[in-house]
Ligand binder design. Structure first.
Ligand code: AMP
Length: 281
């Protein structure tokens, strides 16, 4: 695996591969790699010849009081994991490589209509940071396909929308959520949790499944009632509640009777640790 820090050098390598007619599959990450990230690498391998990953803890997507400084940084073990999957290239830029004048003076990208809801309400700079860094990474890596986890469903839809609107010649593929045995969605942030808290955290998944069950088995029940029950269950499990929504997959707007492809999505904090999860139905 070739590890490159310089954006210019990385872009040159990718240009050469493209001139040779190679297809490039890309899995961007912030490191702290777990089986969820690695499943995306496996998906990329099914669609492209050269596999590229990146590890960059993107300062632009963290708010003032968020966990940028404490975010898990496990570069050595991440490298071993990616090598064992035969990833071809790893891009590991520094903050200065990506934002030479600092993030405040950098051109930014926003997908306002999908970012101004759900996680975007409690994390106002989050999706602007993501859309911006992913655009930069796409221009450096120039992938044929890019794989994003559906655990971060809003992010996945925002990237899809950005790629379409800005005409990036890239196919975006969604990967299913990989979970712990108790149902908890794997996340780099789970390393902040004790074993007991991980058990508590699995309530988020259980609450989403219970909501799906009610939605499908009790047609007369209102969405408001399901949401209220879910909020109660999460607060009882000591979550600081953020949201629990039943929305359309297409535009992330509240579901109305007759809508078919829905998403149940929830978020909250356990102590200081933010957790999100969702289910497509
Ligand atoms: P992150 O390092 O958290 O920015 O995540 C990098 C990529 O991995 C994103 O596309 C995430 O959606 C994806 N991802 C994170 N957790 C999981 C999971 N449990 N299963 C599948 N993909 C995931």
């Amino acid at each position: 695996m070739k590890i490159i820090q310089s954006p210019h050098q990385f872009q040159q390598e990718m240009l050469q591969l493209k001139q040779q007619g190679k297809t490039i599959g890309f899995v961007p990450t912030m490191g702290g790699l777990h089986a969820g990230h690695l499943s995306l690498v496996d998906i990329a391998k099914q669609h492209a010849e050269i596999i590229v990953s990146s590890i960059f803890v993107n300062p632009m997507q963290f708010g003032e009081n968020e966990d940028l400084d404490s975010y898990p940084r496990t570069l050595e073990t991440d490298i071993e994991k990616l090598k064992s999957l035969n990833v071809d290239y790893l891009f590991t830029p520094t903050n200065d490589d990506i934002y030479p004048l600092g993030k405040a003076k950098h051109t930014s990208v926003e997908v306002e209509h999908l970012a101004n809801k759900l996680c975007g309400i409690s994390r106002p700079v989050f999706f602007k940071g993501i859309a911006t860094v992913v655009s930069i990474l796409f221009n450096i890596v120039q992938p044929t396909i890019a794989v994003f986890g559906k655990k971060d469903y809003q992010q996945y839809r925002i990237i899809q929308s950005m790629v379409k609107d800005l005409m990036f010649p890239i196919k975006v593929i969604g990967g299913e959520t990989i979970r712990e045995s108790n149902g908890l969605a794997m996340s780099s942030r789970n390393s902040y949790l004790t074993d007991e808290q991980k058990q508590q955290a699995s309530t988020l998944r259980k609450t989403i499944l219970a909501a799906a069950e009610k939605l499908q088995s009790t047609p007369s029940i209102s969405i408001e009632e399901i949401q209220a029950d879910a909020k109660k269950a999460l607060i009882e499990a000591d979550f600081k509640f953020d949201y629990f929504e039943i929305i359309r997959q297409s535009d992330l707007e509240p579901a109305t009777p007759g809508d078919k492809r829905l998403l149940i999505a929830g978020a909250g904090w356990l102590n200081e640790t933010r957790l999100i999860d969702n289910l497509e139905i």
